[in-house]
Write a protein that binds this ligand. Structure first.
Ligand code: ADP
Ligand code: ZN
Ligand code: MG
Length: 482
């Protein structure tokens, strides 16, 4: 048994995909020229008044419902006061003691058949800050396009016990946010940011140890690495009889270590007080019910359903549900097959996970961009699964089906691609190959059974890929064994 146990709680910031900023009507579009998406409100001019973006409220309620949170009927905004060049007003508008969502949880997968509940303490609304431009080696350049972009902060309970738990929690949370369509989930671009709180304690101890907070991890893998590093560092300190200092540390990706950034500030330093320029946020039951209706089936549920309904292996189900559009596409193809009383759903999953996804990644497009009618894929699967064409032919004609939207059936008919299951012609080729390759036959007799592949491959080649591989293999085995 391990001597120490690690405790982890995550604070995740998600940038919402609302069209306009949290408190003004400036655009949130990414990549605009510096300071073009700004106005007196998000530049913090005195005398201007913020107006709450309703889309932001709807989005956070969506996230709250999807993460099993309670939704507060009345909540308020607060000012978090501090000075930094990226914060024009000298305070950030956020929520403090009455966050709109609280007391929720999500389930994470910790192994193939084990799930674990991770509590969500609160989810609140806030605004993003501006951004210093460091590329030019001039720190004083500021871009305020991001100032006022809506964020939600999702604070977890200290329920995670390993870096892997934290990784899985983050993956699940991202999936939910992306499914809800409220965030791109892109950590590398900063649309999803995560601070990790880490402490260790002796196994069996009831009290938590002193925690540190780690920032600056810009990928899922870095979160895992940084937490693992930090756990080891803290255990090392305790083993040496030293104390863990409560502080904020940053992940140094280059050196692969965490290092001190600043010692911990407490909420007192921020002099939080109620934002006087905004009215309270009222949420009616009617609004909650209305939003609940728009929430799609969430990825974990959908995954379970895929396993049950289509008999898919867990792996396939997870890959397919990763993107809502891919999952939908899979279901669309399957429903065409079901209507024809075909049920080879695993073949559809294979096809999408390999052939389709290959094209998507090659062209860096989404399945929607591919614009391929699901019935064409269903038709191809049908031909292949009923042995009308070989997998080779299916793969060969697929690019044309994608490109020109031509029916696979038509291509197969016009070019005579239907595979030959007629054993006589296959037998003739196999017999001839065996005569011509006595040394290979000898190898087979001496126990080299994989030589079968040589004969099958060559037979297939001579039949221009149009023979049924199962039939060829049977015939080759029959002749070699005689
Ligand atoms: P702070 O006052 O430092 O902001 P909070 O109590 O608000 O701390 O918690 C912030 C985050 O730290 C939460 O995600 C929480 O689950 C986590 N956390 C709190 N205490 C610990 C601890 N001892 N070890 C690890 N994580 C912790
Ligand atoms: Zn603005
Ligand atoms: Mg806190």
């Amino acid at each position: 048994m391990n001597k120490y146990e690690s405790i982890i709680g995550l604070e995740v910031h998600a940038q919402l995909l609302t069209k306009t900023k949290a408190f003004c009507s400036c655009s949130t579009v990414f990549g605009a020229s510096p300071n073009t998406n700004t106005c007196p409100i998000c530049l913090g001019f005195p005398g201007t008044l913020p107006v709450l973006n309703k889309e932001l409220v709807r989005d956070i309620i969506k996230v709250g419902i999807a993460t099993n949170c309670k939704i507060r009927p009345v909540s308020s905004f607060a000012r978090k006061n501090y000075f930094y060049a990226d914060l024009v007003k000298g305070y950030q508008i956020t929520q403090f003691d009455d966050p709109i969502c609280y007391d929720g949880h999500i389930d994470i997968e910790i192994s193939d058949d084990e799930r674990k509940k991770i509590g969500i303490t609160r989810i609140h609304m806030e605004e993003d800050t501006g951004k210093g431009i460091h590329d030019l080696d001039i720190d004083s350049l500021m871009d305020y396009n991001r100032s006022g972009v809506p964020l939600i902060e999702i604070v977890s309970e200290p329920d995670m016990r390993s870096a892997k738990d934290a990784y899985n929690y983050l993956i699940e949370l991202r999936r939910i946010l992306v499914y809800l369509g409220v965030c791109t989930g892109n950590m590398e671009e900063g649309a999803l940011r995560c601070d990790a709180n880490v402490s260790v304690r002796l196994m069996g101890s009831k009290e938590f140890g002193t925690k540190t907070e780690i920032k600056n991890m810009n990928s899922f893998r870095n979160v895992e690495k940084a937490i693992d590093f930090e756990i080891a560092r803290q255990i090392d300190l305790l083993e040496k009889g030293e104390a863990v200092v409560q502080e904020t540390r940053m992940w140094d990706g280059q050196k692969q270590i965490t290092r001190t950034m600043r010692t911990k500030e407490t909420s007192v330093n921020y002099r939080y007080f109620t934002e006087p320029d905004l009215i309270k946020v009222n949420v009616s039951d009617e609004m909650i019910n209305d939003i609940a209706k728009q929430i799609p089936e969430l990825p974990s549920k959908r995954k379970e359903r895929f396993i049950k309904e289509y008999g898919l292996p867990k792996y396939d189900a997870s890959v397919l549900v990763e993107s809502q559009d891919v999952a939908q596409y899979y279901e669309d193809v399957c429903s065409v097959l079901t209507a024809k009383n075909e049920h080879n759903y695993k073949l559809v999953s294979n096809w999408i996970m390999t052939e389709v996804m290959h094209i998507l990644s090659e062209r860096s497009i989404t399945i929607k961009d591919l614009n391929l009618p699901p019935n064409l894929v269903a038709e191809l699967i049908e031909l292949f699964s009923n042995d009308v064409i070989s997998s080779r032919v299916a793969k060969d004609i697929f690019p044309e089906v994608v490109k020109d939207g031509i029916s696979p059936k038509k291509i197969v008919e016009e070019r005579g691609l239907a595979q030959v299951s007629d054993t006589q012609s296959i037998e003739n080729i196999v017999k001839k190959l065996i005569e011509e390759n006595p040394e290979s036959v000898e190898k087979f007799k001496n126990g080299k059974k994989n030589i079968v592949g040589f004969f099958v491959g060559n037979t297939m080649k001579q039949m221009n890929g149009k023979a049924n591989p199962k039939v060829i293999t049977e015939i080759v085995n029959k002749y070699l064994s005689n």
